[in-house]
Design a binder for this molecule. Sequence first.
Ligand code: PMP
Length: 426
Amino acid sequence: LLFEREDEPIVIRRPCALQFDSDPIHLARASKQYIYDTAGNEYLDASNNTAHVGHCHPHVVSAGQSQMARAACSQGYVCDVQKRYLKKLLETLPEKLSVCFLLNSGSEANDLALRLARRYTGGDDIVVFENTYHGNLSSLIEISPKLYRYEEPRNRESIHVIPLPDSCHIERENVPHETDRLVQEARSLIQAQVKRGRSIAGFLSEIIVVNAGVVVPPNGYYQGLYRAVREAGGLCIADEVQTGLGRMGEHFWAFQQHGVLPDIITIGKQLGNGYPLAAVITTRDIADSIGDFVSTYGGNPVACSMGLAVLEVIQNEQMQSSCTMVGYILKEGLVNLKARYSCIGSIRGSGLCLGVEIVGYNSGNPDPFTTNEIKDRMKAEKILLISQGPDHNVLVITPPMCFTTENARRFLRSFESVLAAIQSEG
Ligand code: PMP
């Protein structure tokens, strides 16, 4: 957000027109999966993935409040709550990923991951997918091709962009063959850089690429790609800022869904349920390459108390299994709608991380105009959605994990009536 003095006392602008509503809600308060504006309207929040276990969940709020009243200091001390939090967080991961750095945002986490990869390998270069975003620090704008239209990277030489495969656009019977071809294509691009004398530090990607429109590469692709990156001397970094902590349903982490083990994972957004908290988790060897590491607020006791409470809520309220079930109902309903409305190109993702690709009725091409129309009409139905993807034509459904079956049914009813109205207007 930008704050600017004008005729009125203060004007608030969003300099990012890419994905957000041009007429944002004036937020008064939020609770569970609902958002309330200053006029008293209640909205069903279908895409706010920071309020992971629900806006202002009482267990998380009370954990934060009581720690704030006990001690809210920064670095230099060790608190019990930090140890309890780290133990619980690391328990969710394979043993090899045993060292955790705590920070304040997804951008900080990805910046540190790049530093670790470069220090550990001695390499410089980073491989990324096209159309992706990893944060707003200078080091990340360099490697976020989604922003290249607005900001040219200064060190283009050291950034290698590879195609992002979308399993929805591969014929089912061609998947094994096409997956091999895609891995081979990426391997050749990486090897060509090595032959030119470039040294690869790592490959950074979301595993399910939410920022490119919930793009899911085909099964087996990451296994081949990770092998190619490691052959070239690089580390594999998984950005789980959007996908981690059970959102994908069956698996707690997206990398588990694709049967790979990254060398480094980065997490943010949902960790603190709306309170700034992020993490980089890696192996002991890689962590040791960094030397000193300091962050004034990273891992402060209030953030750790809230982070711990988030993990407790996921466990105590069986949120992962409920997310799997509700996600299944939503996806099934959307797939049924796709059979009846040709403006739906594909349904991607799993659990409560779904994407609905909107295309032209006749052309089948990405249709950002209809996407916006659907978003606006859903807002009039008091349901909030955002869109993503290089053509801004993928509606992203990533609600708080407490989204219920009834919420899913309401979503589907409204979605269908919006599609029917748009279709009848031609
Ligand atoms: N990685 C991914 C995948 C993201 O979606 C984002 C934010 N949208 C970030 C990193 C950056 O996180 P933050 O805004 O907390 O710095």
